[in-house]
Design a protein around this ligand. Structure first.
Ligand code: MG
Length: 434
């Protein structure tokens, strides 16, 4: 059984995330990583998870520095001074959830191989240290200052921008308002009291959750609006007229800032190909984007979910660095005009109900491999086929008995042709399997 997904482990507290499990995870991590920094987002269940993790970590001989409530990117950044970073967060999930995410010293999340190793130790009951070897716990107080200083070194100061910032009552409250002020901005905060019950709106930074932010940007005549999720690793924005700049727009804008080489997931738009010199497409999930960035020595990676990775700061998603960059970019160019100037291509999505989705996907992969030249195929996650005037993606849903078809093309007419071709292949394969 797999415990960890691509974003660590997450679940409802005291159903999946029990003190027993957290202690086992701590014990399994502490066997290998002896100096650990531990942080959490403001969820009210963090104390229980933290106590159990610390008990496990110290029992197998790890020393723990407690950074208390900090954003995930700040914890990931501080992992460089340790063997491993442990973050207690369920990111943008509702308040009844919590989770654990593990970080390497370069700020990247643990990859699949590392997580499988931890899981094996959980199931084989990792060894306890002798009583003399039990680890100690102390406070770690300079994580926030170090993160802010590193960001200021990269982006500089002296930005006279008026920014409205919605922290979603999440951990971003403890860093982003102070960072933006030190950059020279006038900052108006919204939902900047940490509260893991997320009383203002759900912590996922979707347009529908951020109507107050849009209104406040317009009412205050601000230059920019920025919103984080519950643990501050994501950021989305609003232009000075209160228009939403979501994942697709920001992915394109950041790519314009780092046009040499970027890593993006297979479901991202062909707009990126128009902007960047080199585009590396990966499996969906920030850990895979991060791995590809390292492998290809690319400059920026991101996902349309609002996840942005900048290797110059570290290899984990950093919504706080993204906020600082957005201020910098907006002071140099009008981001509203930049978005309006982006190429726009029609896109279509549909889900086909399929009972035996993995068998159907296997058949489809062999069919595509035998039909199309390998240079036009990307099989990192489902089947992405590059065509002359667009692309299609066939991918099994992670949670439902469905296969999803996505297509994008230069024109509506080309879109229909590409989409229908992909859909026909899926339907044929489903029929054959019946
Ligand atoms: Mg998050």
């Amino acid at each position: 059984m797999r415990l960890f997904g691509s974003s660590g482990i997450r679940g409802i507290v005291n159903e999946k995330i029990t003190p027993e499990l957290c202690q086992k995870i701590g014990r399994a991590v502490g066997v290998e990583y002896k100096n650990v920094v531990l942080g959490s987002d403001p969820r009210p269940t963090a104390d229980m998870v933290s106590a159990a993790l610390i008990s496990g970590l110290t029992s197998s001989g790890a020393n723990v520095k407690r950074a208390d409530m900090i954003p995930t990117p700040t914890l990931a950044h501080s992992a460089k001074d340790f063997d491993c970073g442990v973050m207690i967060t369920a990111s943008h999930n509702p308040e009844e959830y919590n989770g654990i995410k593990l970080f390497n010293p370069d700020g990247s999340s643990f990859n699949t191989e590392q997580m499988i190793k931890i899981e094996k130790r959980i199931f084989s009951h990792a060894k306890l240290s002798s009583w003399k070897g039990v680890g100690r716990v102390s406070e770690h107080e300079d994580a926030v200052e170090k993160h802010i200083s590193s960001i200021l070194e990269c982006v500089g100061e002296g930005y006279e921008q008026k920014v409205v910032l919605d922290c979603a009552n999440g951990a971003g409250c403890s860093v982003t308002p102070y960072l933006l002020k030190r950059m020279g901005c006038e900052v108006i905060t919204l939902n900047a009291q940490p509260d893991g019950n997320f009383p203002a709106h759900p912590s996922e930074p979707k347009k529908d959750n951020l109507t107050d932010l849009s209104t406040l940007v317009k009412r205050t005549g601000a230059d920019l609006g920025i919103a984080h999720d519950g643990d501050g690793d994501r950021a989305v924005a609003f232009d000075h007229q209160g228009n939403f700049m979501g994942g697709d727009e920001l992915l394109a804008l950041f790519t314009k800032t780092y046009p040499r080489a970027v890593a993006v997931p297979v479901n991202s738009s062909m707009v990126i190909d128009e902007i960047a010199e080199k585009v590396f497409r990966t499996k969906v999930g920030d850990v895979f984007v991060s791995e590809k960035l390292k492998e290809k020595d690319a400059d920026f990676g991101g996902e349309p979910s609002g996840t942005w990775i900048f290797p110059e700061i570290n290899y984990g998603p950093d919504g706080i660095y993204a906020a600082a960059l957005l201020v910098k970019m907006n002071s140099e160019k009008d981001l509203k005009k930049e978005v309006e100037g982006l190429p726009s291509f029609p896109r279509k999505k549909e889900a086909v109900p399929v009972e035996n989705k993995s068998e159907v996907m296997d058949d489809l992969i062999s069919l595509y491999e035998n039909t199309y030249p390998s240079k036009n195929l990307n099989l990192a996650d489902g089947i992405r086929l590059e065509e002359e005037r667009g692309w299609s993606l066939i991918r099994a849903s992670g949670t439902e008995p469905k296969i999803r078809i996505t297509a994008e093309a230069e024109s509506k007419e080309a879109l229909e042709t590409i989409f229908e071709k992909a859909k026909k292949q899926v339907k044929n394969c489903v029929e054959e399997k019946r």
